[in-house]
Design a protein around this ligand. Structure first.
Ligand code: PLP
Length: 366
């Protein structure tokens, strides 16, 4: 959709990357690191100062302790963190439980490992799940559940009660929770992000994947990390070493500054995104979309039934070619296109002028 948007000069509310600059101090830190000749391979599992900064950040934010020497692996974004983790723990024939709609990569990731995916539906409008359906998805072959909270594409933030229920199943079925927490600091309406790894009994049965991409508005830097107990980390580091060797050394150095940002930075991030969310919700509702209000992350899932299109893809093509706005057909977040042909996702990690321009275009749908 991004390519189609470029071809038609459309406003890109499809792919989730900011069109505003990264924090100036962060850019300066990256430039300084290159200038200081931090230009060669870092240690494969991550430069020590960066791993130390990650450990300090989790201690400050969640009171969680991680040993930088044995429990942290720096990788090329959450994307590599997830596939390296899955390749490290899954064997062909294993089963993975996945909520749908889901971030697109998880499906192919599990397929690449030869694992089977069992899907559990998050039900609109609040994207809750049926506890019995979730339980029924766990079997003797389940190796892991993949959990993304705050969630892309729905904006759902899993509650403590939901996480406790999932944690209970992981313990009962002796399996792992592999979590993608890339939107941990993008939260609205007083919601709280709770790493499931911090719940009782979960410390050694979780793999926590995260990245600088969204929190620091640097999706192109490709720096992420994986936190896990020493045994799991040992396997993940081996896969990571052969996949990519390591993430960009100067950008890991700049990451030290990023992960040392004061609390204010994160508060400001959420407040700013909350205002953008409200802006796009108004634009979409005024244009005739039914919106599912997100409580985290920076996407709005919408229902397009009111427009009378056969499916989401033909609607999005119409949107791009006739109205100059790009979005993502919701079916790309589901295992089967047919079960979800009337959802479309918009992202709002954009400048106000971009959101304003989109508002002017979208209203023409009426
Ligand atoms: N995980 C989720 C849930 C995402 O939404 C995205 C990007 O949109 C990624 C991972 C990609 O992360 P990274 O840029 O760190 O590879």
């Amino acid at each position: 959709m991004t390519r189609l948007a470029v071809r038609h000069g459309a406003i890109n509310l499809a792919q989730g990357f900011p069109d505003f600059p990264a924090p100036a101090a962060l850019k300066a830190a990256a430039a300084e690191a290159i200038d200081a000749d931090i230009n060669q391979y870092a240690i494969t599992w991550g430069a020590k100062p960066f791993r130390d900064a990650i450990a300090a950040k989790y201690q400050r934010t969640y009171g969680m302790e991680f040993d930088p020497e044995r429990e942290i692996t720096v990788c090329c974004g959450a994307t590599e963190g997830m596939i390296a983790s899955l390749l490290a723990v899954l064997d062909p024939g294993d089963e993975v439980v996945l909520f749908e709609p889901f971030y697109e990569n998880y499906g192919p990731d599990t397929q690449l490992c030869g694992a089977t995916t069992r899907y559990v539906r998050l039900q609109a409008p609040d994207w809750s799940f049926d506890p019995d359906e979730l339980r029924a998805a766990f079997t003797g072959r389940t190796k892991a559940i993949i959990l993304n909270s705050p969630n892309n594409p729905t904006g759902k933030v899993f509650s403590r009660g939901e996480l406790e229920y999932i944690a209970g199943l992981c313990q009962e079925f002796d399996c792992l929770a592999i979590t993608d927490e890339i939107y941990e600091h993008i939260l609205y309406d007083g919601t709280e992000h709770i790493p499931i790894m911090s719940l009782p009994g979960m410390r050694d049965r979780c793999i926590l994947v995260n990245s600088m991409s969204k929190t620091y508005s640097v999706t192109g830097w490709r720096v992420g990390w994986v936190l896990a107990s020493p045994d799991l980390t040992d396997s993940i580091r081996k896969v990571h070493d052969f996949l990519t060797v390591g993430a960009a050394a100067p950008l890991q150095q700049a990451g030290v500054l990023a992960l040392s940002m004061p609390e204010d930075y994160y508060r400001h991030l959420s407040t700013e995104y909350a205002a953008r969310r409200d802006h796009i919700l108004t634009s979409l509702q005024n244009a005739g979309f039914r919106c599912f209000t997100p409580h985290g992350a920076y996407y709005v899932m919408t229902d397009i039934s009111a427009f009378g299109f056969a499916n989401d893809t033909s609607f999005v093509r119409h949107l791009i070619t006739h109205l100059g706005v790009a979005a993502v057909p919701g079916s790309s977040f589901f295992s089967h296109v047919s079960v979800a042909s009337q959802y479309v996702r918009f992202c709002f990690c954009k400048k106000y002028e971009t959101l304003e321009a989109a508002r002017h275009q979208l209203i023409r749908l009426k």
